[in-house]
Write a protein that binds this ligand. Structure first.
Ligand SMILES: [Zn+2]
Ligand SMILES: [Zn+2]
Length: 499
């Protein structure tokens, strides 16, 4: 679309009554913003759709006329989709500024050669002639919603300390890292902070990289905050236009938000793809209000963050022990020679074979983590000779959910898996082995998560984790060190019972 400036206002070309000089929004210097007419009767549906959002025209089911009217009366703000800084484009929706992730095309909407962002094209095209539409303020003055917390559980000592810190960070609009070991019970420690924020009419978002986590968290939070209509956002979710004081969203869906939230809780900051993808980090930053609080949850912060914590540059709280007060099982490192070569001869290293046979004999379930999906056919051919019920799973496996379910029902004794099961799954009585733990995909953070699968339940708080490797790596040593450090801290603070 093209715009004219008329009477110090932006007017879209289709609404001009007579011909005027028009331009694409990118070429207009500062975009004029009319002041608010307090006598104007705005449309509540427009408000609900646009508050705290940044949407393309195509994403707003209202007429251009109606949208323009709200702009003229000072209720809608337009921002440039693409800005040029010294001639190089930057996408304001996703933050992309890599030149190779932009393209140009002869655009029928602006009749020029138009530059667009390829990085976020899956959410609709942002180009030099595309405005991003937002409601002009992000305060939610909606009817006071009551936010009673309906929960009868008790927090462990560590959870309580963290919960208090979360409340404090929210009250002072600060950032906080909650560094909690796998199995510490991180969802519960958020309840009080969320209740407190909602009671102050603050808008809260829990963002997580993965859709299945959104789907799992939504009913849990809906149950403890029954009076709140929780919005659950992931690709294809029905709640896309729902306005709620409590939103649970994949980090991807945050691209449509702009200065929306007073509290953003980012779950698994270390998890792929969030840690890899700068634009997702941009989306999270963009979605928070200027004065807001950010709570990061992680079991495995990266090296830089750990350093920042040690040097006092980052506000953080640790939960070094699990709810059941038993120490975290520490991984064993075992050399297994050139396992890749062995596999090509249709064999497994003897110590790996022995480890698996012991689990089968004891009838103890196990996960065997492998570095790449291509190994699965060879491994299954070997392992199914030991026990025909052994299965394998990977990210693109259509039967992934069914296999995890069979594992839960103990129909599968050993499940071979790629890193897809490194987090999020809990099986009560489990041992874990990693084959080829020296491979790059097994970062320190991945290995801590994998080790974190073991000993989670109070009934079976122990278990074996073995990293079978063809040469120790820094990542393996760091992972083990991190776990040992947490145990030492927990012992010092009296958070674990040592027999
Ligand atoms: Zn973009
Ligand atoms: Zn265009």
């Amino acid at each position: 679309m093209r715009f004219a400036i008329f009477d110090k206002k932006l007017v879209p070309e289709p609404l001009l009554s007579e011909p005027q000089t028009t331009q694409t929004i990118a070429k207009i210097g500062e975009i004029p913003q009319p002041s608010r007419n307090l006598h104007f009767q705005y449309c509540n549906d427009v408000r609900k759709r646009l508050i705290g959002k940044q949407l393309l025209l195509d994403e707003i089911p209202h007429t251009l006329d109606e949208i323009h009217q709200h702009y003229e009366q000072g209720y809608i703000t337009l921002r440039k989709g693409i800005v040029f800084e010294k001639g190089t484009p930057r996408c304001q929706r996703c933050g992309n500024q890599k030149p190779h992730l932009f393209s140009s095309f002869p655009c029928s909407r602006c009749r020029e050669l138009c530059t667009y962002c390829r990085k976020c094209i899956m959410m609709g095209r942002v180009s030099t002639c595309t405005p991003l539409y937002s409601w002009s303020d992000s305060e939610c003055q909606s009817a006071r919603e009551t936010a009673n917390l309906v929960w009868n559980g008790t927090l462990s000592f560590g959870q309580q300390v963290a919960s208090d810190e979360v409340v404090k960070a929210i009250s002072t609009n600060d950032d906080l890292l909650v560094w909690a070991v796998c199995g510490a019970g991180k969802t519960e420690l958020l309840f009080e902070g969320i209740r407190y924020a909602l009671s102050l009419q603050k808008r809260v978002c829990i963002a997580t990289p993965r859709t299945d986590v959104v789907q799992e968290l939504t009913p849990r939070l809906q149950a403890v905050f029954p009076q709140i209509d929780v919005a659950s956002l992931y690709a294809g979710s029905p709640d896309r236009h729902k306005y709620s004081p409590l939103t649970i969203s994949t980090t991807h869906q945050l691209f449509r938000f702009y200065q929306a939230f007073d509290v953003v809780i980012v779950d698994e900051v270390d998890a792929f793809p969030y840690s890899m993808d700068e634009t997702l980090q941009y989306a999270v930053q963009n979605a928070r209000k200027e004065r807001s609080s950010m709570i990061y949850l992680s079991a495995t912060p990266n090296q830089q963050w750990q350093k920042d914590c040690r040097q006092g540059k980052r506000n953080f709280v640790t939960i070094p022990a699990r709810y059941h007060r038993k120490p975290l099982p520490v991984p064993e490192l075992k050399w297994c020679g050139n396992w890749d070569k062995k596999l090509k001869q249709n064999k497994l290293p003897p110590n790996v074979m022995k480890w698996l046979k012991i689990r089968l004999d004891m009838e103890k379930q196990a996960l065997l983590f492998i570095p790449k999906i291509e190994l699965i056919p060879k491994l299954l051919a070997i392992l199914q000779k030991l026990d025909s019920r052994i299965e394998a799973v990977h990210a693109a496996d259509p039967e992934r959910k069914a296999k995890v379910q069979s594992m839960r029902q103990k129909d599968i004794p050993i499940l071979v898996t790629t890193t897809i099961l490194e987090r999020g799954v809990t099986f009560p009585n489990l041992d874990v082995a990693v084959l080829g733990s020296e491979e790059q995909i097994f970062t320190a953070s991945a290995l801590v998560q994998i080790a974190g699968r073991v000993g989670r339940s109070a009934q079976y708080p122990t278990g074996n984790i073995t990293f079978f490797h063809f040469g120790r790596t820094e990542a393996m040593l760091q992972a083990r060190k991190q776990i040992q450090n947490m145990n030492a801290e927990a012992a010092k603070k009296g958070m674990i019972d040592i027999e």
